[in-house]
Design a protein around this ligand. Structure first.
Ligand SMILES: C[S@@+](CC[C@H](N)C(=O)[O-])C[C@H]1O[C@@H](n2cnc3c(N)ncnc32)[C@H](O)[C@@H]1O
Ligand code: SF4
Length: 396
């Protein structure tokens, strides 16, 4: 038994009633971080928030007409930097959601926030608007590193923002990026322990990814930025798992750690393959309509998205019905990120064929996957660093 068994049991389970999430994308940032390839844009002029609110409300109404009768269990404001929105904007978008769908009494409403003091000063307003969970992009607790990452906040500001979040919201989380240039496992262990002293019920710990076409990718290609080699990356990953588990925040997903019962319910909607609406520029959604699973995506450029919504009521540029095979592959890709793993029967129902027993046996022999006593298939702790290869093998 590893630390993902029993006391690790998730509070909710994939066999629980269907969940419906609403993702709202706010596409603006004060500056562009050199590692980031999210759909985020910097604008000199002030953003016309009332115009965006009307467009969000319109796209929510159009989506609800296609997917009526759902009960919203989670709402997530992601970005970009949603904490640049006025609280009234957040409130108006939440009202628009509630006008079109039933909202569960225990709905989880998360907002991603950057930890500058200006933004932290809005936290009470977001709470009054209905937000009950905040996720802060702390990234590092070292000022030198924050500068290298192009962040606009200091470590002190980040910690102050965490303290404000803690005093205002029922639930909070923060993000750190590790496996950074030259980072040693010992340095990371010290930083992570410091972070855990500030952490509540949830932490997201991402290994730095060099995303194509970012300034970091150019530096990397020019030999001016080096990321840890495979062995160091592995040591950093193991350090993360050991320290977090010992602190009572084991991984419930490859990069996400929580006390049992405090997982981000919105992200579980994605990983357990429930339904979600993607609203706003560049948002992705998955809707089950008349027995088909639709993969949706909207126009990425904010101003083009607004114009499109004003003309057509939505900003959709992609609306594809996924085949059985595509749906089943996505189920593997998402579900195997979770410590709870997947139900092989659900894969068989989606794919119309069972998983290949000989491939599972080979992966099991190599210690990369395991079957739980309940018959679920999951990636083992040693398998997580090579998750993509495991999924590709099972999906083949
Ligand atoms: C949508 S992003 C940013 C949210 C918010 N704007 C911020 O920067 O704090 C969510 C998280 O993804 C992580 N992230 C973004 N780019 C990354 C990269 N290239 N490698 C690893 N983590 C990354 C960061 O930890 C970030 O907080
Ligand atoms: S990391 Fe966050 S603040 Fe930086 S550009 Fe990306 S979305 Fe914006």
């Amino acid at each position: 038994m590893d630390n993902r068994d029993s006391p690790r049991a998730l509070s909710a389970h994939e066999s629980d009633p269907p969940q419906f999430g609403v993702y709202i994308h706010w596409p603006f940032c004060l500056s562009k971080c050199p590692y980031c390839d999210f759909n985020s844009h910097v604008r000199r002029a002030e953003i016309d928030e009332p115009r965006f609110v009307r467009a969000f409300a319109s796209e929510i109404a159009t989506t609800a007409a296609r997917a009526p009768g759902r009960t919203v269990s989670t709402i997530f404001f992601g970005g970009g930097t949603p904490s640049l929105m006025q609280p009234a904007t957040v409130g108006a978008i939440l009202d628009a959601v509630a006008r079109r769908w039933r909202v569960a009494p225990d709905v989880e409403i998360t907002l991603e926030a950057n930890p500058t003091s200006v933004e932290a000063s809005r936290f009470r307003g977001y709470h009054t608007a209905g937000v009950n969970r905040v996720s802060l992009g702390v990234q590092s607790l070292d000022d030198r590193v924050l500068k290298e990452l192009g962040r606009l906040h200091s470590a002190r500001e980040a910690i102050e923002a965490v303290h404000i979040a803690r005093s205002v919201f029922e639930r909070y989380s923060f993000d750190l990026i590790y496996a950074r240039p030259q980072q040693t496992p010992q340095e990371w262990a010290d930083e992570l322990k410091q972070a855990l002293r500030e952490a509540g019920e949830h932490l997201s710990l991402y290994q730095l990814t060099i995303e194509p076409e970012t300034p970091f990718a150019a530096l990397h290609a020019a030999g001016k930025l080096s990321v840890p080699d495979d062995d160091t990356a592995r040591a950093l990953y193991d350090t993360t798992q050991d320290i977090c588990a010992a602190h009572g925040l084991p991984a419930y997903e490859i990069s996400n750690h929580a006390r049992p019962g405090a997982e981000c319910r919105h992200n579980l909607v994605y990983w357990r393959m429930h339904e979600y609406a993607g609203i706003g520029p560049g948002a992705h959604g998955r809707l089950d309509i008349d027995g088909d699973r639709h993969a949706t995506a909207t126009e990425k450029r904010p101003e083009s998205w607004v114009s499109r919504v004003e003309q057509e009521g939505h900003g959709l540029v992609t609306d594809e019905v996924l085949t059985r095979e595509e749906t089943a592959d996505e189920f593997l890709l998402m579900g195997l990120r979770l410590a709870e793993g997947i139900d092989p029967q659900r894969f068989a129902a989606l794919a119309g064929r069972p998983l290949d027993a000989s491939r599972i046996a080979a992966l099991r022999e190599n210690g990369l996957v395991e079957t739980t006593p309940a018959g679920r298939l999951r990636v083992s702790l040693p398998g997580f660093p090579v998750l993509d290869a495991v999924v590709a093998d099972l999906a083949a």
